[in-house]
Design a protein around this ligand. Structure first.
Ligand SMILES: [Zn+2]
Length: 149
């Protein structure tokens, strides 16, 4: 018997390419019952880590996309990340692990879907390495392909 691969997961994996769009699937965090707030907090700058230490991070606020001027409701903690922490010089460094770096890119762009090609460009890392990690069958921090409908 050994390996059991479900039809669904193998077909999703087979479809993933350098042009597949990925995003943070926040529902994954709900389903996995992981504490998203604790992980989000770890991406804040030191100043805001203190500020959010005792605050309920589930509060939603309006966020304006600087490129499209589109207004979306995002977590207050995410808004803080976008408007302050992501702009700090040490938000993304060559020492940031690839998973965390990808997660931070999505946090700072309001979770707009991006391909490994686009992620590679903004992170200055090889797109193929990113694709290999994201399509490897393990879900890292809820980063998943955008569902096709
Ligand atoms: Zn900050």
């Amino acid at each position: 018997m050994g390996l059991v691969v479900t039809k669904q997961s193998s077909s999703i994996l087979a479809r993933q390419t350098l042009d597949t769009k990925y995003h943070i699937d926040f529902e994954y965090w709900d389903r996995a019952d992981r504490d998203l707030n604790i992980y989000l907090r770890s991406h804040l700058c030191p100043e805001h880590q203190d500020a959010y230490a005792d605050v309920d991070a589930d509060t939603l606020v309006d966020s304006v996309n600087p490129k499209t001027a589109e207004v979306t409701r995002v977590l207050g903690i995410q808004h803080t990340l976008i408007s302050h922490c992501a702009l700090q010089p040490d938000y993304l460094t060559p020492q940031t692990t690839l998973v965390n770096a990808i997660f931070r890119v999505f946090l700072s762009n309001g979770n707009s879907p991006l391909t490994p090609e686009e992620l590679g460009e903004s992170l200055n890392r090889p797109a193929r390495t990113i694709l290999r990690m994201l399509s490897g069958g393990r879900v890292y921090k809820g980063i998943r392909p955008l569902p096709e409908d």
